[in-house]
Ligand binder design. Structure first.
Ligand SMILES: [Zn+2]
Length: 82
């Protein structure tokens, strides 16, 4: 890891903290109408987080959802028609 403002100063350089967070339920409501969508797949992304004088990252597991209600299908139709 290249030097940064967390690795300078007295004392040995500290390794960053990695924490795993999961939030990927099987079904999740579509924000527009509240219809429950089904999980299609999961993704992990790394989010920089705060810790005292050292780097911290969250590895967040999130779900990708698709609803089956008409407003979501209309949205898909409009997106791929033009
Ligand atoms: Zn809907």
């Amino acid at each position: 890891m290249p030097p940064n403002r967390f690795s300078r100063g007295p004392g040995p350089a500290q390794e960053p903290i990695y924490e795993t967070h999961q939030h990927a339920p099987k079904r999740c409501p579509y924000p527009k109408c509240g219809e429950l969508g089904r999980r299609k797949r999961t993704r992990t992304r790394t989010v920089r987080h705060l810790a005292h004088k050292r780097l911290a990252f969250w590895k967040v597991l999130t779900g990708v959802y698709a609803a089956a209600c008409t407003c979501f299908l209309d949205l898909l139709k409009n997106r791929f028609s033009s």
